[in-house]
Design a protein around this ligand. Structure first.
Ligand code: UDP
Length: 471
């Protein structure tokens, strides 16, 4: 680390670019993470270069993304969009393009931050060559994905063994919630001392409550209906079908019932490849339309298409409750966005959702793949507007206290500084600690044992250019 200039971070993110339009199959939470963390780190005085794959001839090599943040597009594979699961063979080229850029730009980095497993491989390669530390966030683990998706998992066959090696070699691992920490330690035998929990967050200036009537007017919705909202990528694992099935359960229960009714209901589905909902571009929309028709709830489901973050607060705020019931969810930003807009969330009791949603306080947790349970909780909320509002207020307060990006940047900075300090000569380390640098101990981030440098990665043990194909 050079004390005369800002600490310079190379943020490696092969597919998730901060410049992407969100909502499509491969652009979601990771893009938000890279964008927010890099900009908030820059606010703390770091210089951040985000490296991502160049996927079009029109894309400039360098974009000045914000004060202190550049997005650098590296040649790695064809200059065309490609599904992320097809990018693995291009990672050696990504690494080489990075080194070539470094040389040409005469820039030196102090630390590598790998985002997702493929960039983790690149980070480990560069760590060895440049002699600088590497921190890794996976966002999702291959073993968990395989457990849930089984044969439909399209990840390259090398994924899990690469993850194992990355876990062994990097200086620290960021887990987004205690569940992810447990996956790293239990499933991958990560050194517990290497894993630091830094939950992701939400931009509370973008996602903020809008009065319901105003929000509904903005998006052209009737004021009378109860409105339930899904926002996110349209993937089978998000199990939006479970919500359609729950609607059918509610319809059946409410018909002829003397109890309080939740009808009429509109279910807003936000996300997809295009702004106009299109079942061809987004096959999951077609599946949902077919299911809704079979179950007799077509009239209650409204597909919106994808929307950008600055519009999303109107969709969340137009709703009485947001629903997300995936089969599994490593973290999940959309519940936090809804909470920031003051709307309660019903989420499945999996992964990060068990951490962000406080069951009975800011919404409800329900078992995944269980439309009956979801219908029950929906009925509870939609028939008790007072409870909805109370939970919405608690949700916003929880987000403000615990889940903002400046907090994430503060914790990440403390982690960087702890890792960089380990590499200082002993005297410098003592001086820096005495001078009151942001110190990870204060945030309970420093692991009890410092793993130190590992032996260099052996090409045989961890193939780079060979054996890269998807199996
Ligand atoms: N998103 C968006 N527009 C859409 C659909 C989704 O901006 O039409 C954003 C959403 O607001 C959230 C992200 O995509 O910030 C999805 O992140 P999450 O962690 O919930 O799921 P992931 O995509 O990582 O599986």
């Amino acid at each position: 680390m050079n004390m005369d200039r800002p600490t310079r971070i190379a943020f490696l993110s092969e597919h998730a670019s901060p410049t992407a339009i969100l909502g499509g199959a491969d652009a979601g939470g990771q893009n938000v993470y890279v964008d927010e963390v890099s900009r908030n780190l820059a606010c703390r005085g770091y210089t951040v270069d985000v490296f991502t794959r160049r996927d079009s001839i029109e894309t400039p090599e360098i974009i000045e993304w914000g004060p202190g943040v550049r997005v650098i597009h590296l040649k790695a594979g064809p200059l065309q969009p490609r599904p992320k699961d097809e990018l693995w063979p291009f990672m050696p080229e990504f690494r080489d393009s990075f080194l070539e850029f470094m040389q040409r730009d005469e820039v030196h980095y102090d630390l590598l931050h790998g985002n997702f497993w493929m960039s983790g491989w690149v980070a480990v390669e560069l760590r060895r060559r440049l002699g600088i530390p590497a921190i890794q966030i996976f966002h999702a683990m291959g073993k968990t994905k395989r457990r849930h998706q089984k044969k439909v998992d399209t990840s390259p066959g090398d994924r899990i063994k690469t993850e194992m090696e990355v876990i062994r070699q990097v200086d620290r691992l960021i887990a987004q919630c205690p569940n992810e920490r447990a996956e790293l330690v239990d499933d991958y035998k990560a050194d517990p001392g290497k894993v630091v929990v830094i939950p992701s967050a939400v931009n509370t200036r973008v996602f903020k409550p809008v009065p319901r009537e105003e929000a509904r007017r903005r998006i052209g919705l009737s004021e009378e209906d109860n409105v339930i909202v899904y926002v996110g990528r349209m993937l089978p694992r998000k199990d939006i079908r479970n919500i359609v099935r729950a609607l059918a359960v509610l319809l059946k229960q409410d018909t002829g019932s003397t109890n309080a009714s939740c009808w009429p209901i509109t279910f807003l589905v936000v996300g997809g490849e295009t702004e106009e909902p299109d079942p061809v571009a987004t096959p999951e929309i077609g599946e949902l339309q077919q299911l809704a028709a079979e179950l007799g709830v077509t009239d209650f489901v409204r597909f919106v298409g994808k929307r950008q973050p600055n519009e999303l607060r109107y969709y969340y705020s137009a709703g009485d409750v947001t629903i997300t019931t995936p089969w599994y969810e490593p973290f999940g930003l959309t519940p936090l966005e809804s909470m920031a807009c003051g709307r309660p969330v019903i989420g499945s009791a999996v992964g990060g959702l068990t951490f962000t949603i406080k069951d009975g306080e800011t919404g409800f947790l329900v078992p995944p793949r269980n439309p009956q349970a979801l219908a029950g909780r929906l009925h509870d909320l939609l028939t008790q507007p007072g409870l909805c509002e109370q939970m919405g207020r608690a949700a916003r307060a929880r987000v403000e206290h615990e889940f903002t990006w400046p907090i994430v940047a503060m914790r990440t900075a403390a982690l960087y500084d702890a890792v960089l300090a380990e590499r200082q000569p002993e005297t410098l380390l003592v001086e820096s600690l005495q001078s009151g640098w942001p110190h990870a101990d204060a945030l309970n981030l420093v692991p009890t044992s410092h793993p130190g440098s590992k032996p260099s990665m052996l090409d045989d043990a961890f193939p780079g250019g060979r054996d890269l194909g998807a199996s």
